[in-house]
Design a protein around this ligand. Structure first.
Ligand code: THU
Length: 133
């Protein structure tokens, strides 16, 4: 799967976003080392703190099915009906990614037409991981 296809999968996953409170629809597409794709969307809640971001939805789906090795994740967001030029993962999602992925894990941000690849280390330097325990 190409990077562009991964970005498109993230864009497509936005259609399932449950976001009646923010009306901000996020999709994520997580590629495993074995080539399997897990998508996720944000799932909001009337108790706002119970909201789950798209990235964590994708990771929790994959991890709960036994996946442990990941190649890359693509993230696309924006107000309902629009695509934002750039949607960055929140701090909690960066921490969840750090639990399962090495510092050079690839994170694609932007739109399917115009995106950029970042490493996990660029987005979460000096992270606290199991190596610190
Ligand atoms: N959100 C995500 O799903 N991922 C991000 O990277 C940023 C924020 C969601 C959470 C909430 O449902 C909405 O976007 C507004 O914060």
């Amino acid at each position: 799967m190409t990077e562009r296809e991964l970005m498109q999968a993230a864009q497509d996953a936005r259609q399932y976003s449950y976001s009646p409170y923010s009306n901000f629809c996020v999709g994520a597409a997580l590629l495993t080392k074995s080539g399997k794709l897990y998508t996720g969307c944000n799932v909001e809640n009337a108790g706002y703190s119970a909201t789950n971001c798209a990235e964590r939805t994708a990771f929790f789906k994959a991890v709960s099915e036994g996946e442990r090795e990941f190649e890359a994740i693509a993230i696309v967001g924006g107000r309902r009906g629009e695509t934002a030029p750039f949607t960055a993962p929140c701090g909690v999602c960066r921490q969840v990614i750090a639990e399962f992925c090495p510092k050079n894990f690839k994170i694609l941000l932007g739109t399917p037409e115009n995106y950029k690849a970042y490493t996990l280390n660029e987005l979460l330097p000096y992270s606290f991981t199991n190596e610190n325990l």
